[in-house]
Design a protein around this ligand. Structure first.
Ligand code: ADP
Ligand code: MG
Length: 305
C-alpha cells in the first residue's frame, strides 16, 4: 500500500472532507474588555471514508473537541470548508437542517449529562425520533426497543431511569440514541474516557460491531493513544490546533515521524512500541471480558456493563 502517511482515505470517495479548517474563539483580551480572536484550530485537513474510523488525538486543549463541534455545527467555522458527502456544510444556512442532524450524530464522554434524569431511558430515543418526525407512537417504541437490542440492552432497560443504570449502560443508551437515526457519521468525543478498562473494551467492540453492520463512520476524538490503537483505521495527531502528523494507525503509532507523536507515545506506556507484550496481554484480557459478556446472554447483559 502506498501513501500511508497522507490525510486521504484510500479508495472510496470521502464521506467527510475537512479542508484547511480554522476555528477562532472570541475571547476577552488581556485588559478584560477588548475582545480578540483566538485561533484554536489552525487550518487542518483530513478525510473520513464511509465505514472508516478516524482517530483524532492530542493533549487537552489541542483543539480536538472544537474540531468535532465545528463538524457538528456547534462551533462557527472561521475558515476552510467541511464537506459531507460532497456538500459544503457552509451552504446549509444558520439553522442546521434536521437531515444534517440525522446524518451527523455525537456521543460524548458523560452520557448522564445528556440524559434527562427524570425520564425513562427509552424516552431519549422515542423523543429523538419524534423530533425528527419519524414514525407514529408505536413505530417509535418499536424502533427504540430495536436500537436498545442492537447496543446490548434489553427491553427492560427502556423503562429504567438513568440513576438505575451503570456508566456503561448509559453510554449504550447514548450510542443507541445516536444510531437510531441512521447517521452516516458519529463524532465520538472521549466516548469511553470515563469508563473503567473492561467497560471501555466492551463499548469499543460494540462500536466496531455496529460499524461493521451499518457502515457508519466515526470521528473518534480521544487523548488516549491506547484507545486509538484499538479502534482507529487512521489517526491524526493534533498539537496546538495543527495536525502535525496523520496516517494509518499502525504506521503513525509504531513509526512516528514527528517528535511530538513520539513524546505522546512516551507518555502513554500502554501504546508505546516497547509495551507490545503488555498490550498483547491486555488485548487478550479484553477479548476474554468481551467474550464472557457475549456468552452471558441477554438476561445478564445489564450486569456486564
Ligand atoms: P481539546 O478537546 O483538545 O481538549 P478544545 O477544542 O476543547 O481542546 O479546546 C481548544 C482550545 O480552545 C483550548 O485552549 C480551550 O481553552 C479553548 N476553548 C474551547 N472552547 C472555548 C470557548 N467556547 N471559548 C473560548 N475558548 C475556548
Ligand atoms: Mg475535548
Amino acid at each position: 500500500m502506498t501513501g500511508t502517511a497522507t490525510g486521504t482515505a484510500q479508495g472510496d470517495a470521502p464521506l467527510l472532507d475537512v479542508r484547511d479548517l480554522r476555528v477562532d474563539y472570541d475571547v476577552a483580551g488581556a485588559a478584560g474588555w477588548r475582545r480578540r480572536a483566538l485561533t484554536v484550530v489552525k487550518g487542518i485537513s483530513f478525510t473520513i471514508a464511509p465505514g472508516e474510523t478516524y482517530g483524532l488525538v492530542g493533549e487537552s486543549g489541542s483543539g480536538k473537541s472544537t474540531t468535532g463541534r465545528a463538524i457538528l455545527r456547534l462551533a462557527d467555522v472561521s475558515g476552510g470548508t467541511i464537506l459531507v458527502d460532497g456538500q459544503d456544510v457552509a451552504t446549509l444556512g444558520r439553522r442546521t437542517p434536521l437531515a444534517y442532524r440525522r446524518d451527523v450524530q455525537a456521543v460524548y464522554q458523560d452520557p448522564a449529562a445528556s440524559l434527562n434524569p427524570r425520564h425513562r431511558a427509552g424516552r431519549a430515543l422515542t423523543e429523538t425520533l419524534a423530533r425528527h418526525g419519524l414514525g407514529d407512537r408505536d413505530e417509535r417504541r418499536r424502533r427504540a426497543a430495536e436500537a436498545f437490542e442492537q447496543v446490548g440492552l434489553t427491553t427492560e432497560h427502556l423503562t429504567r431511569y438513568p440513576s438505575q443504570m451503570s456508566g456503561g449502560q448509559l453510554q449504550r443508551v447514548a450510542i443507541a440514541r445516536a444510531l437510531v437515526l441512521g447517521p452516516r457519521l458519529v463524532v465520538c468525543d472521549e466516548a469511553v474516557s470515563a469508563l473503567d478498562l473492561s467497560t471501555q473494551a466492551q463499548i469499543l467492540s460494540l462500536l466496531t460491531d455496529l460499524q461493521s453492520a451499518s457502515g457508519v463512520s466515526y470521528l473518534f476524538i480521544t487523548h488516549d493513544l491506547g484507545v486509538v490503537r484499538h479502534v482507529a483505521h487512521r489517526v491524526g495527531v493534533l498539537r496546538g490546533g495543527e495536525l502535525v502528523e496523520q496516517g494509518e494507525t499502525r504506521q503513525v503509532l509504531d513509526h512516528p515521524r514527528h517528535e511530538y507523536t513520539r513524546s505522546l507515545l512516551a507518555a502513554s506506556p500502554a501504546s508505546h512500541p516497547e509495551g507490545r507484550e503488555e498490550r498483547r496481554a491486555e488485548r487478550a484480557a479484553r477479548r476474554a471480558v468481551t467474550a464472557r459478556a457475549a456468552t452471558a446472554g441477554a438476561t445478564t447483559a445489564q450486569e456486564a456493563a
